[in-house]
Design a protein. Structure first.
Length: 91
C-alpha cells in the first residue's frame, strides 16, 4: 500500500537538515509507535525497515527509546532456562 502525506515545507526542511529523508522519518515514527502500542511485531519491523537481523531491530528500537517487550513471565522462563543450563553444565 502506498500512502501520500502532505508535510509542511518547514517540517520537511527540518527533517532534511537532520539528514533524514522525510518519507523514511515518517515510516520510522509509525513503526516505533506501532511497536510501543503492540500493534506490530519485531518481525514486522524487520520487514518494513529492511533490516536483516533482529539485532538491527533491537538497536533501532533502543535508538528511538522504545524498549523491548519483556514480561515477568519472560523473565521467569529465562530464569528457568538458566537454571537448567547450569544443572546441565555441572554434569
Amino acid at each position: 500500500m502506498q500512502i501520500t502525506l502532505n508535510i509542511p515545507d518547514e517540517v520537511a526542511r527540518h527533517l532534511l537538515m537532520a539528514g533524514k529523508e522525510p518519507a523514511r522519518a515518517v515510516l520510522e515514527a509509525l513503526v516505533v509507535d506501532g511497536y510501543r502500542t503492540e500493534q506490530i511485531s519485531e518481525a514486522e519491523i524487520r520487514q518494513l525497515l529492511g533490516f536483516k537481523t533482529r539485532f538491527e531491530v533491537h538497536a533501532f528500537l533502543k535508538e528511538h527509546g522504545a524498549y523491548l517487550h519483556y514480561s515477568e513471565e519472560d523473565l521467569e522462563q529465562d530464569r528457568q532456562t538458566a537454571k537448567a543450563l547450569v544443572r546441565e553444565a555441572r554434569r
